[in-house]
Design a protein around this ligand. Structure first.
Ligand code: ZN
Length: 229
């Protein structure tokens, strides 16, 4: 498995990343894209079925793609997977396919990257009911403190929405959360992960180097340990 080097900026969730020295990007592949991971430039990737691209009849094809890639060493997590109340098929279909991805994550002992829009109760309920064996990383988080802590209490990690986290009004929230559960991401938007680190480090009252170390440790905790132990 490829892994970040000390001093790297980790972009925990991106799309169509272009290699930049000093930035360790985690590419997200969506199953419907049907990409060959050998063609991506990022050192590691995640793969999942995004609820937006799930239909009435394509679940089996998409799951077959995920199962085929599942054992690959550089596939470090499954997802993004989850629930979206604004886009995608019915909740029943979303839930069934989420459940299947969760099973694969447990079987291959890799975390799950979560996409969740206006379905936090459903997500928390799924976590309670399914008792996943591996941790979840909620990407694009932009919620309130209470919600953040509900997720953190269930062992989840949060990666913040790139546009939310650079706004001054996110500073209060960032300061109130445990840094050992944080990640930062660009989500493939034309923003620079280094600028995001600079803003968040200032919020947390630490140097950018210290924040890099913190997020590196978080990465090790989330991806490099054997979750079954
Ligand atoms: Zn994404």
């Amino acid at each position: 498995m490829n892994s970040p080097r000390p001093g790297d900026y980790i972009d925990i969730h991106t799309h169509d990343s272009i290699p930049v020295p000093g930035i360790f990007a985690v590419e997200n592949i969506m199953a419907h894209e049907d990409r060959d991971p050998s063609g991506i430039s990022a050192p590691v990737y995640t793969a999942g079925i995004h609820p937006w691209h799930l239909g009435e009849n394509n679940a089996e094809v998409l799951l077959t793609y995920i199962r085929k890639l599942a054992p690959e060493a550089n596939l470090i997590a499954f997802g993004e997977a989850g629930f979206d109340k604004l886009r995608g098929p019915s909740y029943e279909i979303q839930k069934a396919v989420f459940h299947e991805q969760l099973k694969i994550a447990g079987e291959f002992n890799k975390p799950l990257v979560i996409h969740c829009v206006r379905a936090w109760n459903e997500l928390l309920e799924a976590h309670r009911d399914e008792k996943p064996e591996t941790p979840w990383l909620v990407h694009g988080f932009r919620g309130k403190k209470d919600l953040a802590f509900q997720l953190i209490r269930r062992g989840m990690y949060l990666s913040f929405w790139f546009d939310f986290v650079v706004r001054p009004e996110s500073s209060e929230l960032l300061k109130s959360l445990p840094p050992e559960r944080m990640f930062l991401e660009t989500d493939g938007a034309p923003v620079d992960i280094r600028d995001i680190y600079t803003k968040v480090a200032a919020d947390l009252g630490m140097s950018v180097d210290r924040l890099k170390e913190q997020i590196m440790n978080n990465y090790m905790m989330l991806f490099m340990k054997n979750h079954m132990l």
